[in-house]
Design a protein around this ligand. Structure first.
Ligand code: GDP
Length: 300
């Protein structure tokens, strides 16, 4: 997992290491250099705010910085501080006191939502939990088939209806089945056709209402899956979904691709939402809970 993550972040790493070294070569840390550095940080998708605060911090202590290593250590420290501020120990999911815990998973088509649900199911069943999957993307037969395959692979139970049936009723039935069978977790897949945004958001709201009707307080978690290779576009999606359905966490996929890793930092900062998981591939073991320290290690 770490190796794949490291590979995916190689472009960002080059930006934040080699380029920073080159920048410093034979120069002193003056305003010109700080400006160039800020530009580099923004290019790596760290976000304007984070980039500026890193540079401010460097400006404050520039007398202490002798080498490229000093500079990089400072950048790393500052990013970690920014991430910790947002996360405040809430990255880890809690399963205490839920029976079952209901997790609604949203995201635009193609971001890796179905794969993520499959990988999450595998993760939970490996922990000995009983998992029910709800095939809520009833408009795409392929999504349902894909989910069925993941259910089989992970040992989770799939609840599905006919094609084009009401996703809210699938969600309701899945929760009903989970309560009857004393399952630990219900993962609800949803549609992701953004070309009909209003319609989709209404559908997601209805699923939420329906789950809450069957079990007050459900869903306990509403995740948005984002493709990290889409950079700032991912941030826009997060804003739209958050406003419409109220997210509680994010999942970033395809960090093995040509992702600009900085997006992970900036999205968390801008949305004020914890990143629950990151994905680095299509296999069962390619999903892990997000760990800011390990992530930064892979990035630098
Ligand atoms: P959905 O439309 O959001 O449900 O997306 P899918 O789960 O069907 O995934 C879309 C494509 O992205 C598929 O080809 C997946 O195999 C691929 N995919 C999903 N997650 C990852 C990931 O973390 N890394 C890579 N490289 N590919 C992924």
């Amino acid at each position: 997992f770490f190796r794949r993550l490291k590979m995916g972040l190689s472009k960002t790493r080059a930006l934040l290491t080699t380029d920073v070294d080159d920048l410093l070569l034979g120069r002193k840390i003056d305003e010109n250099l700080l400006e160039e550095l800020e530009e580099k940080l923004i290019t790596s998708d760290l976000g304007v705010e984070t980039s500026m605060s890193i540079v401010d911090r460097i400006r404050e202590v520039r007398g202490r910085i002798q080498t490229g290593e000093d500079l990089k250590a400072l950048i790393r420290e500052e990013i970690l501080r920014e991430m910790d501020e947002e996360n405040q120990g809430q990255t880890q999911e809690s399963f205490m006191g839920f029976s079952p815990k209901v997790i609604l998973v949203t995201g635009v088509n193609g971001v890796g939502k179905t794969t993520t649900i499959g990988k999450m199911a595998a993760l939970y069943t490996r922990q000995g939990k009983k998992v029910i999957l709800a095939a809520g993307d009833t408009f795409r037969a392929a999504a349902c088939e894909q989910l069925a395959m993941w259910a089989e692979r992970s040992g989770a139970t799939l609840i599905r209806h006919k094609e084009n049936s009401d996703p809210a009723s699938v969600a309701y039935d899945a929760l009903d089945a989970a309560i009857a069978r004393k399952a630990d977790i219900v993962l609800v897949d949803t549609a992701g056709r953004l070309h009909n945004k209003v319609n989709l958001m209404e559908e997601l709201k209805k699923i939420r209402r329906t789950l809450d009707k069957r079990m007050p307080g459900a869903p306990h978690e509403t995740l948005l899956v984002l493709d990290a290779t889409t950079g700032q576009n991912a941030l826009k999606q997060a804003e739209i979904f958050h406003e419409a359905v109220g997210l509680t966490g994010l999942v970033l996929t395809k960090l093995d691709g040509t992702a600009r890793g900085g997006i992970v930092v900036s999205i968390q900062k801008q949305m004020g939402l914890p990143i629950r998981y990151i994905g680095v591939g299509e296999a069962m073991e390619d999903l892990q809970p997000f760990d800011a320290k390990a992530f930064l290690e892979a990035m630098f």
